[in-house]
Design a protein around this ligand. Structure first.
Ligand SMILES: Nc1ncnc2c1ncn2[C@@H]1O[C@H](COP(=O)(O)OP(=O)(O)OP(=O)(O)O)[C@@H](O)[C@H]1O
Length: 472
């Protein structure tokens, strides 16, 4: 028989009474402690001694959270996590691990656990975990991009890789684990990280994106950790860093491979201790931040050649999400193109435009080294130069090599256009300017971008598009 206990509640606590928690543990003392705490928080509590009993209870009624020990008489807590992820995908499950066994915690997070608590269980952490788990939004079907979200915050595409990606995002949004997003420039890493945040229990809190490659080394520490008034010349007021700004929410570390080694050590410490000390402060303060990181570089190679610390890599890469390049989802190009065109026409107050059949064929055959961002740039440039509402293939001005590499027999009837050599010429000029700026700035991309009057992001995109080696 399931053992169910309810708290006696005042009227005001009624909403909380609807939340019920299943505790799975065979140690009566721990069960009692958890029960007492949860009942005091206004929860309804049921407990199970083993995995079989837990499964029976899970089938018999809905729960809003499951807390399970890792070592159970008839199996491992991980087995229960996997069962819940498969059979009750909407139910967050947290594991309780023995002191110092971080491998178990990481394995549970990888298997889909929402979070973990280390023994001895801190009641403060337990309350925090419960609050987060209960504020998770209901799970969405991830097969199609949600109609309720604007295309700006939706990963568009109906191809298999895109459907799988959305399913994975939906799953890992329901976890507190650190996520590392790999993928080429412009493939939607930042967009994916925003979606993870929006679909997570942290959705009401801040999402702070940080481009690690754009912060001068001398400002790194104060930008990340903040400073107290008077801690250095020019510190006229107290200042919050990225960690304080993201407290309760998500910190997105874009281009994390660009962090200098000295900063990597400091970051690792903050992530491990979950505490931050502002520059000039005497005290460390608790910080609750979920970290999502990304880079277009191969982070494992950066570890191998000593540019990135292995211990930090393991901390950040609990779960890896790979963004497919646009050329691996060619069937999505028409859909994404139309969505971008629609948005651009609307922003510019133009009547809706469309592409000719040949133009669309050319786009679908193009390799897009700069991925969706490059597609956006191509369409923006085309709209600026094309007054008509029908866009032809030659008006797209695709880079010749790639544009003609994969063309079909039918598209070869399109006459050569004088604008293609012009594009070549412009590319050459652009490449020369970038090379000069890079040489002047000793290959510091941030400084070079400043010299050219463009953003670091735009600089990176242009370097990639023009095949300029970034590793110098
Ligand atoms: N599947 C997609 N559907 C709709 N828009 C997309 C998709 N993928 C990317 N985008 C759009 O492409 C642009 C680039 O995306 P984003 O900035 O997330 O890429 P990134 O991988 O973080 O790039 P970088 O490596 O340069 O930082 C954004 O405007 C984003 O909204």
């Amino acid at each position: 028989m399931p053992d169910t206990k309810e708290s006696s509640l005042s009227r005001g606590d009624h909403a909380a009474a609807l939340s019920s928690v299943l505790i799975v543990d065979d140690e009566p003392d721990i069960v009692e402690l958890l029960e007492l705490t949860l009942i005091r928080m206004g929860m309804e509590v049921a407990s199970a001694m083993n995995i079989d009993d837990a499964k029976i209870q899970l089938r018999s009624r809905p729960f809003q959270l499951c807390l399970t020990d890792m070592r159970l008489p008839d199996g491992n807590g991980l087995d229960l996590v996997r069962y819940i992820v498969n059979q009750h995908a909407d139910l967050p499950v947290a594991v309780i691990t023995a002191y110092g066994t971080t491998e178990n915690a990481v394995a549970a997070l990888k298997a889909g656990a929402f979070d973990y608590l280390a023994k001895p269980v801190s009641l403060k952490q337990l309350r925090c975990l419960i609050k987060s788990a209960l504020s998770l939004p209901p799970m969405q079907s991830a097969t199609t991009a949600s109609d309720t979200q604007s295309s700006q915050s939706t990963l568009l595409g109906e191809s298999l890789p895109m459907q799988q990606l959305r399913t994975t995002i939906e799953k890992l949004s329901r976890s507190q684990a650190s996520v590392y997003i790999s993928g080429e420039s412009g493939s939607g890493k930042e967009l994916a990280s925003k979606l993870i945040h929006e679909r997570s229990a942290r959705h009401g809190q801040a999402f702070i994106p940080v481009n690690c490659g754009a912060i001068p080394d001398s400002l790194m520490e104060s930008e990340f950790f903040g400073y107290k008034k008077g801690s250095f010349t020019g510190a006229n007021t107290e200042h919050d860093g990225f960690f304080q700004a993201a407290h309760g929410g998500t910190l997105f570390l874009d281009e994390v491979a660009d962090l200098p080694l000295a900063m990597q050590v400091k970051l690792l410490r903050v992530i491990q201790e979950k505490r931050v000390r502002k520059i000039g402060d005497t005290q460390e303060r608790n910080i609750d931040v979920r970290i999502i990181s990304a880079t277009h570089q191969k982070l494992n190679e950066c570890v191998e050649n000593g540019k990135f610390r292995q211990d930090l890599y393991y901390r950040l890469n609990v779960i890896e999400l790979r963004m497919p390049p646009l050329r691996e989802m060619r069937e999505d190009i028409p859909l994404i193109t139309n969505a971008i065109l629609k948005k651009l026409c609307w922003i510019n107050g133009r009547t809706p435009c469309s592409l000719s059949k040949e133009a669309l064929t050319a786009l679908v055959s193009y390799d897009f080294p700069g991925n969706v961002r490059e597609l956006e740039n191509i369409l923006e440039r085309t709209l600026a130069l094309c007054p008509d509402d029908k866009i032809d293939r030659n008006e797209l001005q695709l880079t010749p090599m790639e544009a003609f590499q994969n063309t079909t027999a039918s598209s070869q009837t399109v006459p050569a256009d004088h604008r293609l050599p012009l594009q070549d010429y412009l590319d050459r000029l652009e490449k020369e300017s970038i090379m000069t700026a890079l040489e002047k700035s000793r290959y510091n991309r941030t400084a070079a971008a400043k010299l050219l009057g463009i953003t670091v992001r735009s600089m990176r995109y242009r370097m990639e598009r023009l095949g300029i080696n970034q590793e110098k």
